[in-house]
Ligand binder design. Sequence first.
Ligand code: GLY
Length: 415
Amino acid sequence: MKILVVGAGGREHALVWKLAQSAEVICAPGNAGIAQEVPCFAVNPMESDRVVALAKTENVDLVVVGPEDPLVNGLADALRAAGIATFGPGRDGAQIEASKAFSKELMAAASVPTPEFRVFTEAEPAKAYARQRFADGFPVVVKASGNALGKGVVVCDTEFEAEDAIRRMLVDRVFGDAGREIIIEDRLNGFEFSILSIVGDHNFVSLPIARDHKRIGDGNVGPNTGGMGAFSPVASVPAEMVKDAEDRLVAPILAALRERGIPFRGTLFSGIMTHNGQPFCLEYNARFGDPETQPLMMRLGAGFPEALYAAATGEVVPEIEVLDRAAVGVVVASAGYPGEVVKGIPMEIAPAPEGSKVFHAGTKMQLGRLTTNGGRVVCAVGTGQSVEEARACAYRAADTVNFVGAYRRSDIAAE
Ligand code: GLY
């Protein structure tokens, strides 16, 4: 099987690495790390026609679309219209991620447990609602409805923080159009975990659960990021809770999409928080999670390309082998992330320790030299028989990555 992976991040590097174990893989556009492993093509994923042309010229059997923006832009629709098997939902299905307002309304229609919420486009009523929730004893989370690279979620401790977040999104438009509409939802206090489900027309198969660390600082302080690290398995979430979440959060939302005539062949990412012993859905995404995918790919055995191909072609999705080991991913980021960062800083990566893999995210070759090219630069993944072993291995791997200003959390997977 020949597979084209679309994207340029750490998630795509991990997908390429896993798929290339049993398939021929090419990537567009890729990054410096991916280019060391498979042929990469300088095609912008937002230019659907060019991706279709590449898939045809290279005669691929399957296209796997990594990031959300090309999906929202209709890349999967264009590929399918050209008769190319594609793993990733069309523009309609991607709305589940592109519009949190759509997603929350779908959750309500499908009776999916989710925190109490309201949708706003005007600042003053939004502020009044937030003040009232705090006065009633319910702290809130303010979320941009559109895609803000994981940074558009503000968990508020006080009504003043909520008012500030509302102003920044609706008035100052710090997230541009992504913050034209906002969600204010009650803040739950529990354990978070993510389920990534491979969805086909007839069934879905979930990967082992993972947990990411969204805040920039140790101890979960500071602003949200795209994710500073992730690990799997998650011992604090029992198997019954995972089953419950699949039954009450994953299956009903897929049924609701089908009822609305929205096909979904791709990954449904369910971001979940436990509350009073029950799973609640915080968000859905229409793609593999980043950085969850990096450790998860190192836990998978045989059957991954076959599962994606089956989902893409309308066949029953087969089970995927899960290896009996833990994996932990530690993101190494540029100084200043999740704010402005300087790109183009020379970097070096020494050989990774056994059982680990450094997945590149924001990296680039410039004048023959490896340099940084973004906020999250690499995700160093370690494996082991336990999360503790995997964690030690991941930090040894992260130590091999050197550039000026390199930053990482020191408490990834330290539950
Ligand atoms: N790690 C969360 C996400 O991929 O959106």
